[in-house]
Design a protein around this ligand. Structure first.
Ligand SMILES: [Zn+2]
Length: 421
């Protein structure tokens, strides 16, 4: 029989990574003689939930086995051995779901990617379908464990994760940084978000003491394997390719599907600029748009770097489509589409047809006159201000990208894309 194993919330800021823990579990399950079917899945959940592990990513994989309880025991052993159980915020959970039941979890998974779900909701599903499970401490990981199985990955991206030898965990990663730029140069856009050229950052390298050495993100398995060969680094202990919802916008709720906006959710909204952009200390830029939900404050925070230069040029009346997550009643921008720039007109006194100088007012209701040539005019001159931005899509640079955010390079649109690579 085939069963899905889902695992989540095993890591902490101090270390571990659920993908690594799952990789060890898969190895031990294979050693036992069972077969892992296809690629494991790494599913990112709602990135704005107030209580979460670093990346809020859960893992699932399909096992062909004749003994579910033995698989469960292996997973229990690996969690007890590797999960950061001593961390106050780590609450692992694992579930074992028969293959035909997975489809029943898709609604729950969709909610876990877009909305807030409680441990009770997860426990309700577990009870309803008699799902074998492992619950450590508060068992918050049960939410992601179920969601990683139920998520429908109609759109997906592959992620190749390389892992360090355990004795190196927590130490400085040794990699030839230039090789990542070379990978981007050679394989983009099949492999993307490896580096951020403008901000000179290697995005593929994690910033935490987790077991991951680096991760490569792409559309195609062969390219990922070839790229891995190009990167000179400390020895790699193991690697694994995951099917993920990275770069898919699966967290985004469309405005047409909701009656109100709530914090800790991510949206696509259309609106017209009502309050022009202003900077605050720290380099954060804010503006407001008028939407069908009323005024919505939008923010491009300092880490969004060059996107702020686009935002600063917005004017009242510009029609936008914005993507981002709501926190503190503010939409944190991930990308935007300038649908229509407002026409901005300035009025001038007319020019004298004889001498070319600007005329002066001849008095209230009297039009304009040129003092030297005695010419007269009643028409003001109206000039369109030339806007120094273009319509189309703009995005945060790779260094500020969320796992779930669909980069413009993946966006299927005929609208002009201004890609920050
Ligand atoms: Zn004149």
């Amino acid at each position: 029989m085939k069963i899905w194993v889902g695992i989540d919330d095993t890591d902490s800021r101090e270390g571990m990574c659920t993908t690594y823990l799952a990789t060890i579990a898969m190895e031990r399950i294979e050693e036992r003689g069972d077969r892992i079917v296809g690629l494991p899945r790494l599913v990112r959940l709602n990135p704005t939930v107030p209580f979460k592990t670093r990346g809020n990513g859960a893992v699932s994989f399909l096992v062909e086995t004749n003994d579910v309880s033995e698989v469960l025991e292996i997973v229990r052993e690996v969690i007890e051995e590797l999960a950061m159980l001593k961390d106050a915020n780590t609450h692992p959970g694992a579930v074992f779901v028969s293959e035909d039941l997975a489809i029943k979890l898709s609604y729950f998974a969709d909610k876990a990617m877009k909305d807030l779900v409680t441990i009770d909701e997860a426990l309700f599903i577990i009870g309803k379908y008699f799902i074998p499970h492992l619950k450590f401490k508060k068992g918050r990981g049960l939410i992601g464990a179920l969601a990683a199985i139920g998520a429908e990955l109609n759109d997906f991206v592959l992620e190749l994760l390389t892992y360090r030898y355990p004795e190196r965990f927590g130490t400085q990663r040794i990699c030839n940084l230039e090789d990542f730029f070379e990978v981007d140069y050679v394989f983009y856009p099949k492999i993307f978000d490896t580096v951020d050229w403008c901000n000179n950052v290697v995005v593929a390298l994690p910033g935490t003491p987790c077991p991951v050495l680096y991760g490569l993100r792409g559309e195609n398995l062969e390219s990922l394997y070839e790229a891995m060969k190009m990167i000179r680094s400390e020895p790699i202990d193991k690697f694994r390719v995951f099917i993920t919802n990275h770069g898919t916008d699966m967290h985004i709720i469309d405005e047409k599907d909701v009656k109100e906006l709530k914090n800790y959710r991510s949206y696509r909204l259309t609106g017209v600029v009502a309050t022009e952009p202003y900077d605050i200390i720290g380099g954060h830029v804010f503006f407001e748009i008028e939407t069908r939900f009323g005024l919505v404050k939008c923010a491009a925070f300092e880490p969004t770097k060059q996107l702020r230069n686009v935002i600063r040029k917005l004017k009242r009346g510009d029609l936008l489509e914005v993507y981002g997550s709501m926190k503190k009643d503010t939409l944190n921008l991930e990308k935007l589409n300038i649908v229509k720039l407002a026409e901005i007109k300035l009025e001038y006194n007319p020019k004298c047809p004889k001498c070319g100088k600007r005329m002066e007012s001849a008095g209230r209701g009297q039009g304009y006159r040129c003092r030297s040539c005695k010419t007269k005019s009643f028409e003001k001159e109206i000039l369109n201000v030339k806007r120094d931005i273009e319509e189309g899509f703009y995005e945060v640079p790779p260094s500020a990208r969320r796992h779930l955010t669909k980069p413009l390079v993946r966006l299927d649109t005929t609208t002009k894309k201004h890609i920050f690579r």
